[in-house]
Design a protein around this ligand. Structure first.
Ligand code: NAD
Length: 439
């Protein structure tokens, strides 16, 4: 709902005072392919960009602009073969004249070598420079609703690059900008289709009755998965209504109870179900300055946001109730990464999820990947409850000058859940419009 504060800031008076105005973002509307429009490929062409070009050339409505005249819907800069810092001049030479003709809601995708794989210090510096460039140009492009992201490619990456590039070129990444995502070298049997990539998969979403969880359940269903929605007894009515609409299953369970993992295990076994996708979305806030925070506020927050996640994963992994090659996605938070006054409990739990996710990703769990998403300011009942002024500040304090929608987070979850997203493991993806707070 638009508040009077919001209306004032968006008015001529707001513009006159220099309040940044947002360009409406184009979000997916059931497109048949990840991308359509004109693409410019530049930089130092390597096997990575050759592969990407071959792949994108197969799309019915995409074309490579050889004359470099624009306007471009996407610009891909291949920096994977930059050997030294002198070659960074290519960034200016190739991008300076073409970025002004990037279309509104355009995409800039930078390919870089992972710094850890650089052959010498000069190459490592060049690779790292590209992340600074990406984060800065994302801030400049935000007012046009355009995004810039960097894929940091590990040695030997081939096909695993393609689904990740597809996502960042697509409308599904509309609210993700200024991000650096590492892509690992893994073998992918076959690429998932753009439409319904999750066909035949069984997904469990915790906290599915409303907000981001409801959007995740809806998006996973739209992408072909059969969804089990889990929520607390107080949310049963809303949960059942949504699951009926999605033809999914409801599971009423408070995950903070000491035996909730066992209850979930029994339920899955009774139903004869094994999960392909597990989304730990349920979360609570119990905000108070630390010196006023009660022990109950501290423990409840950690119990729901963190310890329930650990307990459920431990048991389901031990009992092999998550399929080999499965996908576990955890909902962290920008405040977990950046810290927030009044949220020592919440930020501890959300930062812990990142450490936990990164550690789990390093272990051998039968090809199951663990990735975390850190949403910024997303329009939900949680954020609607904020006072008007801090809410408006929260909405606008990012490169795209607007809040994200639950759908933006849901599409990122679905991206990590794709069978061909095996090259992503232990990643933390911020869905925040490049929020100005945090690293
Ligand atoms: P929300 O409060 O609207 O929804 C949370 C859902 O989790 C509710 O349906 C609730 O009933 C359920 N839940 C709470 N405790 C539970 C328990 N013990 N057992 C089972 N279910 C439980 O929240 P949201 O805004 O949709 O946020 C979803 C997730 O995203 C949370 O983990 C939150 O921390 C994270 N997040 C949200 C934002 C945002 O801007 N909204 C930003 C960063 C991170």
């Amino acid at each position: 709902m638009t508040s009077w504060v919001s209306a004032l800031l968006d008015s001529a008076a707001g513009r006159w005072c220099g309040v940044p105005q947002a360009t409406p973002l184009q979000r997916p509307q059931g497109e048949a392919a990840c991308f359509s429009g004109s693409v410019l490929l530049c930089g130092k062409i390597s096997p990575h960009s050759v592969l990407l070009r071959q792949h994108l050339s197969l799309l019915p409505d995409s074309r490579f602009d050889e004359a470099s005249v624009g306007p471009f819907q996407a610009i891909i800069f291949d920096g994977t073969e930059l050997q030294n810092t002198k070659e960074l001049d290519l960034v200016w030479q190739h991008l300076h004249s073409v970025l002004p003709v990037l279309a509104k809601n355009g995409r800039v995708l930078i390919l870089a070598r992972a710094v850890a794989d650089a052959s010498n210090a000069d190459a490592a510096a060049a690779a790292a420079a590209l992340s600074g460039f990406t984060r800065s140009i994302a801030k400049e492009l935000g007012r046009f609703g355009s995004t810039a992201n960097l894929l940091s490619l590990r040695q030997g990456v081939q096909q695993s690059l393609l689904p990740v590039a597809e996502f960042f070129l697509s409308k599904a990444s509309a609210y993700i900008t200024g991000q650096v995502l590492p892509v690992g070298a893994v073998t992918i049997a076959e690429l998932s289709p753009w439409q319904k990539p999750l066909q035949g998969k069984v997904a469990l979403v915790t906290g599915a009755a409303r907000g981001i969880g409801a959007a995740i359940a809806t998006t996973l269903t739209e992408q072909g998965a059969s969804v089990i929605g889990l929520d607390i007894p107080q949310a049963e009515e809303a949960l059942n209504a949504l699951m009926q609409q999605l033809q999914g299953k409801s599971l009423v369970l408070d995950i903070s109870q000491s035996n909730s993992a066992q209850q979930l295990q029994h339920w899955l076994t009774e139903q004869g179900l094994t999960l392909d996708i597990l989304v730990h979305n349920a979360g609570i806030t119990r905000d108070k300055l630390f010196h006023r925070m009660t022990e109950a506020q501290w423990t409840q927050t950690l119990d729901v946001n963190l310890r329930a996640v650990q307990a459920i994963n431990s048991l389901l992994l031990e009992q092999q109730l998550i399929q080999s090659g499965g996908r576990v996605v955890l909902l962290s938070s920008m405040n977990g990464l950046a810290g927030q006054k009044g949220q020592t409990n919440y930020a501890s739990s959300k930062a812990a999820l990142v450490g936990y996710c990164q550690y789990m990703a390093m272990q051998d769990h039968r090809g199951i990947t663990f990735n975390a998403i850190a949403p910024g300011f997303i329009e939900t009942q949680m954020t609607a409850a904020m006072p008007a002024i801090p809410r408006e500040v929260g909405r606008r304090l990012n490169s795209l000058s607007q809040a994200g929608l639950p759908q933006d987070v849901a599409l990122a979850v679905a991206f990590f859940a794709r069978p061909d997203a095996a090259g992503l493991n232990g990643s933390v993806l911020r869905v925040c419009g490049q929020c100005f707070i945090g690293a």
